[in-house]
Write a protein that binds this ligand. Sequence first.
Ligand code: TMP
Length: 260
Amino acid sequence: MARRRQIYEGKAKILYEGPEPGTLIQYFKDDATAFNAQKRGTISGKGVLNNRISEHIFTALATIGVPTHFIRRVNMREQLIRQVEIIPIEIVIRNVAAGSLSKRLGIEEGTQLPRTIIEYYYKDDALGDPLISDEHIACFGWASQEEMNDIADMAIRVNDFLCGMFAAIGIRLVDFKLEFGRVWDGDFARIILADEISPDGCRLWDLKSNEKLDKDRFRLDLGKVEEAYQEIARRLGLMPEGEEENAVLDFDKHRKKRGR
Ligand code: TMP
């Protein structure tokens, strides 16, 4: 395939020009970073699994009427998406205390929250993605009040749907991060879900054992990182059972060696 024009390279994904105007190809890397890229590594096969997991979740969300940037998966590591103007805010939805919330407010990790919390972080690596409020968003014009209402409504719908989806496979959705983007219909802008939903940006704990099955295994050096991503894909029914599952990842490795 002819080399496409690269539009953007992030920490875990690359965006290439898509086949038609208004589309992009989103390529999932195995690279992993944590703590604002102070910690770097690779999680072998992560890109393949996140591509598949995110496809599965975005497709399911579309069926309940949540508009997303996802169009279709094109191969093991790439999906065709709609080009959006990314809103520079990370939306974090929390059901259970963990991570920075536990640290900041001294709430024991694993405490069920009496209500779901939505937090906003300004997407700026150099500043370490600082926590912000509605006031900052309005003051600096990162999104309109109407857009923030749409974002909060969609975030709650996504949370309700995902809590049920994960509970059905024995997993507690502790917290997760979403990103949204703007698409234009003439002069009219609409907000749709963008980026990805995968174990990179979710805390997923086994319901019975509380075992962490997400990127915290990488952040906290807990080991069995690849296995955790595979376990999520397996429980979602996205992995062939047994030997074939390794064949899928091996196939991708060979493909990469051939320079595709
Ligand atoms: P936090 O507890 O570290 O603030 O993270 C909350 C959730 O957001 C957690 O599921 C991981 C996810 N997250 C990202 O996806 N990207 C980030 O840069 C950070 C800090 C968190």
